[in-house]
Write a protein of this length. Structure first.
Ligand SMILES: Cc1cc2nc3c(=O)[nH]c(=O)nc-3n(C[C@H](O)[C@H](O)[C@H](O)COP(=O)(O)O)c2cc1C
Ligand code: SF4
Ligand code: SF4
Ligand code: FES
Lengths: 429, 581
């Protein structure tokens, strides 16, 4: 079992229940930006990275990559070569809505995390790339960032030291693919958001071709907490291999959907209870545990499964963004998959042949099945298309499009077969 | 030396070669679309996938681990790799579709995807017959399609600019065209719009695709999505023959192919030459071909008693020209040509010398501001550097007019140019001075003032050498036949092209497409012979050999050395005068 057992007494830290925390004064009254000052005065950059490494923090953007390790990939600092941090606030995975909660209620935690990360990797600037549709939060971020500049927390000679750092707010134009790290960089550079091939990785050649580290909003928001409370504290929260507080974005047919902050490694069944159980007393049919792209789990597959990388992998799914979508017994899985397929078809950047053509074809086939005109062989063709797309493209969107199709068909094959035209018509003799 | 094993064969390599280019350089075929050697590598078509493995090294010792039989342990990459973006490392093992079912299947799958929304309108597509998509679909693609839906519809017949037409449905989104405008020509006039399967390239709002290099995207496009407004629907590719040549519209001497059908040049495309034009050809060099076909003379003419030009036999015309020269003697002034080959200008020098007459120089055709430091030059002629290396200088118009006015000129002999249109002199300036003219087109304005006019073969019909502004000597071979039976020209034509020109027994054969002209290297000796001067030379190949031996400025420029890629001549000493000029 995980250590998340004592979740009832859990005290929120990412989104603490403090009134007006999004204002600089309220944030500072809580001790905000104190650790930043301490770090600037007393820490060495390597030690900050070391501390983050020790905490066991994994990226919250979907891939779950160890953050400290990612930071250590940066080449040695060279004053002649600019280097950038990039904060990925393009949150657009269906079923994921946690980053915007941080932007709305605790923006200074994000800023502080950004500044500490910049210090750790000797960077002078961070691009904060925010999804364009988040216009009201962009306004809020702009205002609070200005306050931070005015208070000399960011900018030239910040905190009375001779350190200069800038945070540059950048609005996206609203495309899911801009959340992929390399296409985000292309978009930032003013180009069409086509993901780049890797290698070279961002740490070698990122924004404008310079070394870059890119992290999710929530990942960076964890950083001040780690430095403030210590790596051991963080490592002790939640699941051992995937520790820390995390924001669960719960949606679907539950009574109280919303963003919930708890430790990682929570039992899925506990989280369902926290979200007020299924609406109308219905039975659970399926769960998508980490945003639309991760494999769907049948209700009978979630017993004893906890929300961390290992447990979910063992159960046959992934952690993703921890955006949990609960579906009740009345859910039409074909219609569900049709909607998911439509999303990926619409959002494929269209660069790679398998993704560009495959996502559209998949939507065609699922639509046909949903309309009652599908054939049984269409299901096998769909699985074939998954094989033809997975692992053969520049970025992971093609995989993200294929996984739900493969697993929904595999795990709910009956639902699909029932909707297809029979291979042999009964009564035809 | 480091080595790589491809399909079981060992190849040695140096440096850090890209796998796809390495394979292509070693004659290993790998299907691909988006890769182009001189542009960035987006690896987006996913057609060039291969299976790559690397030897496993022992962590501690760094030694390569081996099996019991002594062969190294190979660990394969978990995913297939795009060979275009893969950099070869020592000891790696590569499997192409020939030795890996997985790769063959992946390539087949990609082609299935590429074809589902492709209109498959090969029967009416200009690209059919030399279409990478068509060729690879036959070779590596699936049989039939499992796609049972309405194909995606996109704009067709979009005029991107004056010279390029887009059929977006045929596009396979390889981004070669947009990368060309971003990275090579830097005009940024094309971009991909829309998303997913609706993607296609187009100009940004308010922009016309009119850059001077726009037509290169037609050659780059691996399908028939981008076609030439000019050549569109003119010919099927298998009806055409091509001949390597030199583009004549400027002094860069870009290498090109002239494509002919039924003895008409129908289009011009670039020919790769890393020392001159790489893969590219400006639009102006492509659109000159009309000159080869239209307004060509019917035959030699001599001005008759009534003052009009009358048809004459070649023999009569030569004799008339010789008469003019004989009368004027050393008061004849010769004008060389930067449109003509080195060989022709050389013969002109010989003729002038034998008469003790003078060569005024060649006529310059400079268009200030036209050059761009790349493949277009201010100089609009292909061979002014060749003329200068023969010791010829631009004609001084003021001096020439003064001498004409003073009655110091007995006759003017003009090689392949148009002094009146060029503004060198007017009909009035010429007065009664008889003019012998070698010319290409009936639009030549000097025809009005000429006494004897001799139709000359153009670059598409002759053999000869041009020197570009950088001192690169390059030769041309005939792409189309002239009416005359000329063994030297026919030898250089190549047999296959004679088939395409047809014989009088073919129904589509059109005699009118055979121009009644002769190369100047035949015209000049004929005129000379009638003056009792022997200019026999044994063909342009021998002339060039002689020139390369006699003139240091042409050292080494024999046909054998020039081949199809030309040769860089020694630096020219500015005031060098040829010994026998
Ligand atoms: C198609 C696609 C979309 C993505 N969208 C997002 C996103 O909206 N927000 C995000 O933080 N990461 C997104 N990612 C993950 C990023 O590429 C990257 O892994 C992440 O920002 C790294 O941050 P982390 O290490 O802090 O998790 C996406 C990845 C893919 C393949
Ligand atoms: S996988 Fe899809 S979204 Fe990603 S780069 Fe390729 S086409 Fe674009
Ligand atoms: S138009 Fe041709 S060159 Fe341009 S992207 Fe499409 S297929 Fe490639
Ligand atoms: S050639 Fe297109 S992916 Fe390699």
């Amino acid at each position: 079992m995980t250590k998340a057992g004592d979740w009832q007494s859990y005290q929120r830290v990412l989104l603490p229940p403090v009134r007006n925390l999004h204002h600089l004064d309220a944030y500072r009254a809580q001790g905000g930006y104190d650790i930043l000052r301490t770090i600037f005065n007393d820490w060495k950059p390597e030690d900050v990275t070391q501390c983050v490494k020790k905490s066991g923090l994994r990226g919250r953007g979907g891939a779950g990559f160890p953050t400290g390790l990612k930071w250590s990939f940066m080449p040695p600092a060279n004053p002649a070569v600019p280097r950038f941090l990039c904060c990925n606030a393009d949150e657009s995975e269906p079923g994921t809505f946690k980053d915007r909660q941080l932007m709305e209620f605790n923006p200074h935690l994000i800023f502080e995390g950004i500044l500490i990360a910049c210090f750790a990797m000797s960077m002078k600037a961070c691009y904060l790339y925010v999804r364009g549709e988040f216009s009201s939060w962009i306004t809020l971020l702009e205002r609070e960032l200005a306050c931070a500049y005015d208070a000399n927390l960011v900018g030239t000679g910040m905190l009375g030291t001779n350190v200069n750092m800038d945070i540059i707010l950048h609005k996206g134009a609203g495309a899911y693919i801009c959340g992929e790290e390399t296409s985000l960089m292309e978009s930032l550079e003013g180009k069409r958001a086509y993901p780049r091939i890797k290698p070279p990785f961002p740490a070698q050649q990122g924004i404008w071709g310079y070394p870059t580290t890119i992290n999710n909003v929530e990942t960076l928001a964890c950083v001040p907490l780690i430095l403030d409370r210590g790596a051991d504290w963080f490592a002790g929260v939640g699941a051992q291999t995937h520790p820390g507080p995390i924001l669960y974005g719960i949606s679907g047919h539950v009574n109280r959907p919303g963003v919930y902050e708890y430790p990682t490694g929570m039992l899925i069944t506990d989280l369902l209870e926290i979200a007020g159980s299924m609406r109308g007393g219905k039975k659970l049919k399926a769960l998508v545990p980490g945003g639309a792209s991760v494999p769907v789990l049948r209700a009978d597959m979630i017993e004893g499964v906890t929300m961390d990388v290992e447990s979910l992998r063992a159960a046959g799914s992934m952690m993703g963004t921890a955006g949990m979508l609960f579906l009740d017994e009345d859910t039409d899985m074909v219609a569900f998959l049709r909607r998911v397929a439509r999303f990926y078809h619409h959002e494929s950047c269209g660069q790679c042949t398998p993704c560009r053509e495959g996502t559209g074809w998949m939507e065609n086939l699922i639509t046909r099945i949903d309309d009652g005109e599908g054939n049984l062989r269409d299901l096998d063709l769909l699985l074939d298309l998954c094989d033809q797309m997975e692992g053969r493209t520049v970025c992971a969107l093609a995989d993200a499009a294929a996984w739900p199709v493969r697993n929904t068909i595999k795990r709910f094959r009956n639902d699909f077969e029932k909707r297809c035209r029979p291979a042999v018509w009964a009564g035809v003799a | 030396m480091p080595h790589v094993i491809i399909d079981g064969h060992i190849y040695e390599f140096e440096g850090k070669p890209g796998l796809l280019q390495f394979c292509l350089d070693h004659g290993i075929e790998l299907p691909h679309f988006c890769y182009h050697p001189s542009m960035s590598v987006p690896a987006n078509c996913r057609q060039c996938l291969v299976d790559v493995g690397a030897p496993v090294r022992d962590r501690a010792s760094g030694e390569i681990q081996t099996h019991e039989d002594g062969n190294p342990v190979i660990r394969y990459f978990p995913k297939l790799q795009t060979s275009c973006s893969h950099v070869i490392a020592d000891g790696q093992v590569v499997h192409t579709a020939r030795t890996s079912k997985k790769v063959a299947r992946a390539q087949q799958d990609t082609l299935e995807f590429l074809l589902i929304n492709h209109p498959l309108d090969c029967p009416i597509c200009d690209q059919a017959g030399h279409c990478p998509l068509q060729i690879q679909a036959y070779k590596y693609g699936p049989e039939g399609s499992r796609f049972e839906f309405q194909k995606v519809h996109k704009p067709k017949k979009v005029k991107l600019g004056p010279r390029v037409v887009l059929d977006a449905e045929r596009c396979i989104n390889c981004t070669r065209c947009t990368r060309f405008t971003d990275e090579i020509s830097k005009s940024h006039q094309l971009t991909i719009i829309e998303r997913s399967v609706k993607n296609y390239p187009i100009t940004p709002p308010g922009v016309t695709f009119d850059e001077p290099y726009s037509m290169n995207v037609i050659d780059l496009c691996p399908v028939g999505a981008l076609t030439s407004a000019d050549f569109r629907f003119q010919a099927r590719i298998w009806e055409l023959a091509s001949a390597p040549s030199i583009a004549p519209a400027n002094a860069k001497g870009s290498n090109c192919y002239l494509w002919t059908r039924d003895n008409l040049v129908l289009r011009i495309t670039p020919r790769h030459n890393p020392n001159v034009n790489e893969y590219w050809l400006p639009d102006e060099d492509r659109l000159v071909y009309h000159r080869f076909n239209a307004n060509r003379p019917l035959g030699p003419q001599v001005r008759g008693a009534g003052g009009t030009l009358c048809e004459a036999t070649w023999d009569d015309a030569f004799r008339a020209a010789a008469d003019v020269l004989a009368k004027a003697g050393e008061r004849t002034v010769f004008i060389a040509s930067a449109f003509a080959t080195v060989e022709d200008n050389w013969l002109l020098l010989q003729l002038a010398q034998s008469l003790g007459a003078e060569i005024a120089g060649y006529i310059e055709h400079i268009e200030p501001g036209h050059g761009d430091g790349w493949l277009r030059t201010d100089d609009r002629t292909p061979n002014s550097e060749g003329c200068r290396r023969l010791g010829l200088m631009p004609v001084d118009a003021v001096v020439l007019r003064a001498r004409l006015a003073a009655g110091a000129i007995g006759a003017l002999y003009v090689l392949e140019d148009d002094p009146i249109a060029a503004g060198l002199c007017s009909v009035e300036d010429l007065g009664d001075v008889p003019v012998v003219l070698h010319y290409y087109n009936t639009t030549n304005e000097t025809l009005h003032a000429a006494q004897v006019v001799l139709p000359a073969a153009m670059v598409a019909e002759t053999i000869g050498t041009f020197v570009n502004e950088d001192g690169h000597a390059q030769r041309v071979v005939p792409a189309k036949a002239i009416r005359d039976t000329n063994r030297t020209l026919m030898m250089q034509m190549g047999l296959s092209r004679a088939d395409r020109h047809g014989t009088p027994f073919d129904r589509w054969h059109n005699e009118a497409h055979y121009v009644n002209c002769k190369p100047s290297w035949e015209l000049l000796p004929e005129v000379a012979r009638r003056l009792g001067v022997d200019l026999q030379h044994g063909g342009p190949r021998r002339i060039m050999r002689k020139i390369s031996e006699k003139l240091p400025a042409f050292e080494g420029a024999t046909y054998e050395v020039m081949g199809l890629q030309g040769v860089l001549l020694p630096e020219r000493v500015a005031e060098e005068a040829p010994e026998n000029a």
